[in-house]
Ligand binder design. Structure first.
Ligand SMILES: *[C@@H]1O[C@H](CO)[C@@H](O)[C@H](O)[C@H]1NC(C)=O
Ligand SMILES: *[C@@H]1O[C@H](CO)[C@@H](O)[C@H](O)[C@H]1NC(C)=O
Ligand SMILES: *[C@@H]1O[C@H](CO)[C@@H](O)[C@H](O)[C@H]1NC(C)=O
Ligand SMILES: *[C@@H]1O[C@H](CO)[C@@H](O)[C@H](O)[C@H]1NC(C)=O
Length: 513
């Protein structure tokens, strides 16, 4: 019998005379967290993967590992990589230099990286880099993924990314970018610009795209722009003026006219955009209408009072909509699509019923006053979060139209009592969260639902309805019940959950007060 180790030895022996291409085994070595102050001298030349992360290496000098494909040097204190350091790492594809001090000897460090022509991914996040960072990757022409997150970059020079014709994923989050001029990213599919100061971008293609302004032919699918200042300029006229003066400074030309401002957005094949925590409160959202391939839109924390009907109508593929922490009021179907004229002039409510493909909707913390009849009729909602709308009245027909599709419903923290809450029979519902309310009676309609998780914490329950618990107990896996004043003399329901479901499915009845 051979052990795995024996087999490995045999394999290595067979190939020992051939070059590393033929070594079929993956050679890894980890020196993670070993208090090393330099690269160990006696490394196996057949190594393909080497982890030297979290040590105290300050300088890097030449070392020869001709088979090495992956090198992790993150979390050291490297400030100097000598120019020849990477000269004998001909096969290196993935290099992690995150959390070092590469800004210190930028000149030498940049030259060192130039010998890595085959690099596919590079992580230089958290290195205190400012605007010269581009020197580090300029020659890495086959790079696909570049992480420059969490540095001090405030400006990106024209054509910086132009030579990186294979770049697909670019992470520039947590820098100080206010705008980006001439941002030619033809191949990029994933762009993270979260936590910067971006108001808009400009690029000088003859057909321009504004916000973010990208080349006309681009492949961008995932765009992360959370925590920026987008939408801060509240009128397009102001934006046009600003962009023009900025642009004139760069190429000495005026490029914009009002009506052309966002015309080319439609050319972005975006499926995912995160615009949470920006300044869209008074921004003309119609602009976003041009992004008509969107499946996921995040507008959390933008002070939005409503979403215009023209905008909703263009979201023909939307599946997930995060609108947490705005101030949107859902329209009732009566004031919605049935009487179009009315809604066109009614800027106070949002007609969710327009979103036929919508599956996941988060309306937490919107200060919704009334959830009117048929508020979501026409959608395909699977999950709905209505938590923390502190004074929300729920009309008994509010969920009409989605009661057969809903699988998860969160109505936590809306200050509601049992006489104010009546829910329809929901035959697909597997999770309900009615925690943090003033409920004292189990909702008998829940008997219709194949519930797996029930959260009734922090209410006024003294007991749970035995026949109801019995009816749903077949699928139940977890019931959260703490923070109620359960009457210990009426605990048949508890015996039931703790024998039938707990023993069978491992139910956790978390705590009883
Ligand atoms: C680089 O290393 C850090 C840990 O130090 C890790 O968080 C990060 O994901 C790594 N980068 C890549 C591209 O794997
Ligand atoms: C984008 O960057 C932000 C800020 O670092 C981070 O929170 C977010 O998770 C990133 N998004 C993705 C999808 O990587
Ligand atoms: C129910 O909602 C509250 C408030 O949103 C949350 O804290 C809690 O974790 C949720 N319960 C479950 C089981 O997810
Ligand atoms: C308990 O639930 C059952 C079935 O859902 C219902 O018929 C009955 O009226 C409920 N009892 C109380 C006291 O609410």
């Amino acid at each position: 019998m051979f052990s795995l180790n024996d087999l490995m030895r045999v394999e290595i022996h067979i190939h020992s005379s051939l070059n590393c291409v033929l070594v079929s085994l993956c050679q890894n070595q980890s020196w993670n967290n070993q208090n090393l102050s330099s690269v160990p001298l006696d490394l196996d030349v057949r190594l393909r993967k080497l982890d030297l992360s979290n040590n105290f290496i300050t300088q890097l000098h030449a070392f020869a590992l001709p088979c090495l494909e992956e090198l992790d040097l993150s979390g050291n204190q490297m400030d100097l990589i000598s120019e020849a350091a990477f000269g004998n790492l001909a096969r290196l594809e993935h290099l992690n230099l995150s959390r070092n001090r590469l800004s210190v000897s930028l000149g030498s460090n940049s030259k060192a990286l130039r010998s890595l022509g085959g690099l596919r991914s590079l992580d230089i996040s958290m290195n205190g880099l400012s605007n010269g960072a581009a020197d580090l990757f300029r020659e890495s022409k086959s790079i696909r993924s570049l992480i420059i997150e969490d540095n001090l970059i405030s400006e990106i020079a024209p054509q910086t990314f132009e030579p990186l014709s294979r770049l697909e994923s670019l992470n520039l989050a947590r820098n100080n970018l206010a705008f980006i001029c001439d941002f030619t990213l033809h191949q990029v599919k994933y762009l993270n610009l979260s936590r910067n100061l971006v108001e808009f971008f400009v690029t000088p293609e003859d057909a321009l795209l504004y916000f973010p302004i990208l080349p006309k032919t681009n492949r961008l699918k995932y765009l992360h722009l959370q925590n920026n200042l987008l939408g801060a300029l509240d009128s397009e006229a102001v934006m046009v003026t600003e962009v023009n003066s900025l642009y004139q400074g760069v190429v000495n030309e005026t490029i914009l006219q009002n009506n052309y401002f966002h015309a080319n957005w439609r050319l972005m094949p975006l499926v995912y955009i995160d615009l949470s925590f920006n300044r869209f409160g008074s921004f003309p959202l119609e602009t976003l209408s041009l992004l008509n391939s969107l499946e996921h839109l995040d507008l959390q924390g933008n002070d939005l009072p409503h979403l215009p009907l023209v905008f909703l109508k263009t979201l023909t593929q939307i599946e997930t909509l995060n609108l947490q922490d705005n101030s949107l009021q859902p329209c009732s179907i009566l004031s919605g699509s049935l009487s179009k004229n009315h809604i066109d002039f009614d800027y106070s409510c949002t007609a969710f019923g327009q979103l036929k493909t919508l599956k996941h909707l988060n309306l937490r913390e919107n200060d919704i006053k009334i959830l009117p009849p048929n508020a979501f009729q026409g959608t395909s909602l699977i999950s709905l979060n209505l938590a923390k709308n502190l004074h929300m009245l729920i009309h008994e027909m509010a969920l009409e139209g989605v009661q057969t599709t809903l699988q998860s419903l969160i109505i936590s923290g809306i200050n509601i009592n049992s006489s104010g809450l009546s829910l329809p029979c929901m035959p697909a519902l597997t999770e309900i969260n009615i925690s943090n309310n003033k409920l004292n009676a189990t909702l008998s309609s829940l008997g219709c639902s194949p519930l797996k998780v029930i959260d009734v914490r922090n209410n006024d329950f003294m007991t749970l309805n035995y026949s109801l618990v019995e009816a749903v107990s077949t699928n139940l896996t977890t019931v959260y019940i703490s923070g109620n004043r359960f009457n210990c003399c009426d605990s048949r329901w508890l015996t039931l959950t703790s024998t039938r479901c707990c023993l069978k499915i491992g139910i956790a009845v978390h705590s009883i007060m």
